[in-house]
Design a protein around this ligand. Structure first.
Ligand code: MRU
Length: 334
């Protein structure tokens, strides 16, 4: 079992039961929920109580391990989990790995494989932080989007892990964009960085482009839910706009994430399925109606940033700069 402090920040595994910090309640309440199998793990993933690609992967590994240990027929639970959210490739990847181990070696093999995934993600976070901080050495004012920290990974984070490492090496100021409509930046990134004593300023998503243009940002770094073979990246909705603004302002736009988020079988970002979520997340942010109750709504949870707007992709194996198909393939071959 991985018992690192960072993992404990989001998820606790005692070898047979999974406890998760319910991220829908943050930053106001630290509520822990106990999960016992595939159905309640799938539900927690669907409603974003546990969220973000690498952490979804860990939960989606431990969920099947619990299911295989308890259910006479675990297969329907595997399907339920696999379909909980479509965009982060980590989910299907983790379920498939644990289910294959279960079929080959039973419940013990499933649990071992799930714990291996948990360990791999924690180690990936640490390596990403080091590679990313080397790449962004000298950048002080960093913009990030959504939440990519200890609440999102099995370690200190992907993009936020890089920021933590930069802060350990020198002075850093973070501009966190709110991340409409579910406010992962405002609720989660601000909470994490404040607990770490790293200076953070919050801005609405729409302010980011103007602040970049005014010269107030040195670099943008974000996470990823799925990286296609050609380097296109699906990440939280609003990421593409930040990438366009960074290009216009002439500042680096960096994507950080583990190789478990790379989908080498997918030729380009055009083929990535983008989750469309409930209209009321937009009509009623925080529960209060802010528009007409029946207005038509588009609520894509993610968008795709084309590789040509990305300065570099940082993963645990190194850096693809720029993230061409050849550079991504070379990283995966390491
Ligand atoms: O809808 P969410 O909160 O699961 O979206 C999360 C993101 O988009 C993150 O940026 C991504 O998963 C990378 S987390 C290291």
């Amino acid at each position: 079992m991985n018992s690192s402090t960072h993992l404990d920040a989001a998820l606790r595994w005692d070898g047979s039961r999974l406890a998760i910090l319910d991220q829908t309640q943050l930053p106001h309440r630290e509520l822990w929920l106990t999960l016992a199998g595939a159905a309640d793990t799938a539900d927690a993933i669907r409603r974003l109580a546990v969220r973000a690609a690498p952490l979804i992967g860990i939960a989606a590994a431990l969920g099947p391990a619990m299911e295989v240990a308890a259910a006479p027929d675990p297969e329907p639970g595997m399907r339920l989990l696999r379909e909980a959210r479509p965009t982060a490739v980590n989910l299907a990847w983790a379920v498939d790995r644990v289910w294959a181990a279960a079929r080959a070696g039973g419940a013990d093999a499933a649990r071992d494989e799930a714990e291996r995934i948990e360990g791999e993600e924690g180690a990936a976070s640490a390596a990403i932080a080091a590679h990313g901080a080397d790449l962004l050495a000298g950048a002080r004012r960093i913009l990030t989007h959504c939440n990519t920290g200890a609440l999102a990974t099995g370690g200190a984070g992907s993009a936020l892990g890089v920021i933590r490492e930069l802060a350990a090496r020198g002075e850093v100021e973070v501009l966190a964009s709110e991340t409409r409509p579910l406010l992962q930046g405002a609720r989660l990134t601000v909470w994490e960085l404040t607990r770490d004593g790293i200076p953070v300023t919050l801005a609405v998503d729409g302010a980011a482009a103007g602040l970049m243009r005014r010269g107030e940002i040195d670099a943008v770094i974000v996470g990823c839910d799925r990286v296609a073979a050609n380097g296109d990246v699906a990440n939280k909705v609003g990421t593409y706009a930040h990438a366009l603004a960074a290009r216009a302002a002439g500042i680096p736009f960096v994507v950080a994430g583990p190789t478990s988020s790379v989908d080498a079988a997918l030729p380009s970002g055009d083929e990535i399925e983008i989750e469309e979520r409930d209209a009321d997340e937009v009509r009623r942010p925080g529960g209060d109606l802010v528009t007409l109750p029946d207005v038509a709504v588009r609520n894509p949870a993610f968008d795709v940033t084309p590789a040509e707007l990305i300065t570099a992709f940082v993963c645990e194996r190194g850096v693809a700069q720029p993230p061409t198909a050849a550079a991504i393939a070379a990283l995966l071959a390491r």
